[in-house]
Design a protein. Structure first.
Length: 653
């Protein structure tokens, strides 16, 4: 009986091998005549994604007989409805202008055209990736199965050890709501199968490949060889076969011992193994368990899975626009917790994550943090061309506190007698730093015109008090019109002319023989500054340039003779002017009485520089033709007097 059973087992084994060999020969025959297509990786399209900041290059293997490829794409969380068409001669497509901190997904479908219609012949997994400038998430850089070859006996189970390497340390991979960390498939499930935990089960004698695929499509493979069961040939039903138990997966340190190996006769009922239990772990079951004992030994794998709890993040407050909330992370109970470090943008403050546990409790945890915008100082100050340029109430300026990003409102300055010229910089929103803005003012001076129809000059000869003599101007006649003109500090403009006044009423009665005739004023003698000595506008401007040089000379004199003179007061206080004039005169008289020629020469040298300045000013104004001057500037309010003259023609008396 024993011999017959053994012989029968051998015959069945030989028959299976013959059938498998026949199938292989048929497949090769089909390839030779072009009637069948063999696809890489067991017929699956293997698509991978390589990303940078704004691009993602999708690459896949060439599929024989494919007439085109469709590359479906979408942001994660959306349906794969958009697609790009790629010709069969290409196996890459690059997506451009992607958004930062954004997850995308892609699927590549190979199609063949038959009877005018395209039909799917193969497709890839849906692969997921994140743009490389994400703050908290990274893509896999590499996936590796520990071995390159694995031998499994029919009915036996072995577990693959697969590692995924992150592209950036300290960042998290996409959570498994996108896709499993590792996805497995077999190129021939009749030879060997593999589940989501990487458990390989030998089905029948032969070879195949098993692939491990990362979330972004990177993959590795292992060659699987399934050998015939060593005890398969036992045919005697009284012969006992052994059931062996092993643990796999996340095996707890304190897991109960596996059930002892037990022997059963073929066809007998196998006692079900007890289901173990450990807090914090889930026992998913005994894989490979049988009710009736087959005619070969059996290995049963008990699969453990450690319970993972979610550590999620929540932010509130003034959250930056480009801030991406960190992805949730999974931790086992008791595992050390490492909260994501937040990169705080400039202009913000972050409170930090509140109540971060040292180790993960046996429950989900949400960490909360709050952003706030920093405050910065806006300093407003003012400047001008001179001390008189800035209105008194604006000289101190002001400071205002703004939060980063707030709209900045600068004062709309306006003041009578002044012109606000604007700010040195534009500040629309508060930057992440203290800012000083400077506004420029200019004084607005008023030139008052007094137009008369007559006047005369009187010249005083030189005297003991006035070596050069001076003019005195007496205003006579009638005031024809008064006008004002504004001059912005430092900005020149032309003076009014006679054409700017209404002189129609300025009539002069002229005696013509025995009767009076009316003469018309039709010419302007000029504009003058009174009372005495009188200047034209040009001469006045020259005097204003001479003034600082004159002050400089007085200071030199005061320093030389040790006199305490307030130089500015000399030009504003007449009595002080006379008093200082006497002191200076006395000092000069005493000096010239006792000084040698060398001392006098040395004293005069002190004024050489200021003499050159005065000469330059005189030369400048000597070259000016008053009638040709078209632009004047003022440094103070001023009143000028104009006098008309009449042209009465022949017969004037």
């Amino acid at each position: 009986m024993f011999q017959t059973s053994r012989q029968g087992g051998r015959n069945m084994k030989v028959a299976r091998r013959a059938l498998r060999l026949f199938a292989v020969l048929m497949m090769l025959s089909a390839l030779l005549i072009g009637g069948m297509t063999v696809y890489a990786a067991g017929g699956k399209v293997m698509a991978t994604a390589k990303t940078n900041t704004k691009k993602a290059k999708i690459t896949w293997n060439k599929v024989a007989d494919a007439d085109r490829y469709l590359v479906y794409y979408a942001k994660c969380g959306n349906k794969l409805t958009k697609k790009k068409q790629v010709s069969s001669s290409k196996t890459t497509y690059t997506f451009k202008n992607l958004k930062k901190n954004t997850c995308y997904k892609v699927k590549v479908v190979a199609q063949k055209k038959e009877s005018g219609k395209y039909k799917k012949i193969s497709s890839s997994y849906v692969i997921h990736f994140v743009t490389t400038n994400s703050k908290y998430i990274t893509n896999p850089r590499k996936i590796n199965i520990k071995k390159t070859k694995l031998s499994v006996t029919e009915g036996d189970i072995k577990v693959l050890q697969t590692a995924v390497t992150k592209a950036k340390k300290g960042k998290s991979l996409l959570e498994e709501s996108h896709a499993a960390k590792v996805r497995y498939f077999s190129t021939d499930s009749s030879v060997a199968t593999v589940n989501s935990l990487g458990m390989v089960t030998g089905k029948s004698e032969g070879t195949c490949k098993i692939y491990a695929v990362a979330v972004n499509g990177l993959y590795d493979s292992i060659d699987i060889t399934v050998k015939a069961g060593a005890k398969e040939e036992k045919a005697d039903e009284t012969t006992e076969y052994e059931v062996t138990y092993k643990y796999t997966g996340d095996v707890p340190k304190d897991a109960p011992a596996v059930p002892a190996a037990a022997k059963y006769a073929a066809g007998s009922t196998v006692k079900a193994a007890a289901v173990p239990s450990v807090e914090g772990y889930t026992f998913t079951g005994w894989v490979g368990e049988v009710d009736k004992m087959p005619k070969h030994d059996v290995t049963v794998m008990g699969v453990w899975k450690q319970e993972k709890y979610t550590l999620s993040y929540s932010v509130s407050g003034d959250v930056p626009d480009d801030f991406a909330v960190p992805q949730p992370e999974k931790y086992a109970a008791g595992e050390k917790v490492s909260a994501v470090k937040v990169s705080v943008p400039k202009g913000y403050e972050f409170s930090g994550w509140k109540t971060v546990p040292t180790t993960m409790p046996a429950k989900n945890v949400t960490l909360s943090g709050k952003f706030s915008r920093k405050s910065y100082t806006l300093t407003i100050q003012y400047t001008g061309l001179s001390a008189k340029s800035v209105p008194e109430e604006y000289k101190k300026g002001e400071t205002v506190e703004y939060k980063f990003g707030d709209k900045v409102t600068l004062p709309k300055n306006a003041e009578k007698g002044y012109k606000f010229c604007g700010w040195d910089k534009t500040v629309k929103t508060m930057p992440a730093e203290d800012v000083t803005v400077t506004g420029t003012w200019k004084k607005v001076y008023t030139l008052t015109y007094m137009l008369y129809n007559d006047g005369y000059f009187r010249y005083y000869e030189p005297s003991d008090y006035n070596e050069d003599g001076y003019y005195y101007f007496n205003v006579s006649g009638q005031l024809v019109e008064t006008k004002t003109q504004e001059f912005v500090e430092g900005e020149g403009q032309a003076l009014y002319t006679i054409d700017d006044f209404d002189i129609t009423k300025a009539v002069r009665l002229i005696r013509m023989g025995d009767y009076l005739d009316a003469g018309r004023y039709d010419a302007l003698i000029g504009w003058y500054i009174l009372p005495y000595p009188y200047y034209s506008i040009t001469e006045y401007q020259m005097s204003q340039e001479i003034l600082p040089v004159t002050k400089e000379r007085i200071q030199i004199l005061a320093d030389y003779f040790g006199l305490d003179i307030d130089v500015d007061k000399v030009f504003t206080d007449k009595s002080y002017n006379r008093e200082m004039g006497k002191e200076v005169g006395n000092a000069l008289n005493a000096f010239y009485k006792t000084a040698t020629e060398d001392e006098i020469a040395e004293y005069k040298k002190l004024f050489d520089e200021s003499d050159e300045k005065l000469d330059a000013i005189y030369d400048k104004y000597d070259a000016i033709d008053p009638e040709a001057v078209t632009s004047y500037t003022l440094t103070d309010d001023m009143t000028v007097y104009g006098f008309l003259t009449a042209d009465v023609g022949e017969g004037e008396s």
